[in-house]
Design a protein around this ligand. Sequence first.
Ligand SMILES: Cc1ncc(COP(=O)(O)O)c(C=O)c1O
Length: 375
Amino acid sequence: MFPPERILMGPGPSDVHPAVLRAQSQPLLGHLDPDFTPVLEQIASGLRTVFRTGNPVTFAVSATGMAGMEAALVNLVEPGDDVVVGVNGVFGGRMAEVARRAGATVHTVEADWGRIIDPAAFIDAVERHRPRVAGLVHAETSTGVHQPVAEIGTAVADTDTLLVLDTVTSLAGVDVRVDDWDVDVAYSGTQKCLSVPPGLAPITFSERAVQRVRERTTPVQSWYLDLTLLLGYLDGRGGRTYHHTAPISSLYGLATGLDLVLEEGLEARLARHATLGALLHEGLEALGLELLAEPGHRLPQLTTVALPDDVDEAALRARLLTEHGIEVGAGLGTFAGRAWRIGLMGHACSERNVRLLLAALERLLDQAPAPTATT
Ligand SMILES: Cc1ncc(COP(=O)(O)O)c(C=O)c1O
């Protein structure tokens, strides 16, 4: 197996530091081996730092970000519950669908693609529907929008509603403040700004979220993601009991990826993303391209940009990959066929990569076919 080398500047996965890849090739320990316990503890502690939480129940679900979404919702939602979800892109839409499948009556608060969910409208929906759960996407990967959360968190904290936040693309790329924002469950993925291969979903539950799960009157729809069962393995008290076989090598990788974040310093890492995201945005606008997320709410680590109408975006993206070894993502949903999603995440977030991409794009746009004359 000799995959070609790429620069991963799409919506994820992002490039992985060699130390993470080395860690994943270390000899296996059994997942109940006492020497494996420190690895799990190191992960929990590292995740508390990046989520900025003191929540004891903080761990990595053994599957990708979607399993984090499912774990949050299937544990908190019981059939017949009202749930409010903000939908301004693909991932808010998925959250609504996952809640529906868990038996909820879902009320969506919508916004156009490229715009934030209006906090006042979201808070108003929570006041009207008094839902058991309210869900939001912090970094909408389909649009590049950075959702403000603090005001919503404060308003929801005084109610019986639990706030769920999707931080798959935001964690370790922009500030995530679980405790300050009164978020009850936040979940993420490893393959974005943490720069660890896909396969794990970091997650954290507040005390009141854990209490809600314990007080359920119906069983959690998913046996695999049932928090009360998972705690038998995760919560060392009384000894760890087998629930499923932990993905040892992936967890070695996450422990190392979190070490790298701490070594750099979370603040420094967020500042790196902010500075280089701004450089990318300026460079794209200097090429005459339009950014699709609303000004003031653009993510540094995920940029949606419209390609000129006369350019075949798929062909240009293919050339960027084959001639320059750079991967970017296609637009999704409303943006499909006319936009790109450019990632600047974790290890791939470097000035070198920004300049390589801008230079390659300038070259390819110069060579793109001229507009056909209209008659
Ligand atoms: C905001 C958001 N939520 C959820 C997911 C799902 O994560 P995964 O593809 O790792 O299952 C993604 C993936 O891109 C995402 O960007």
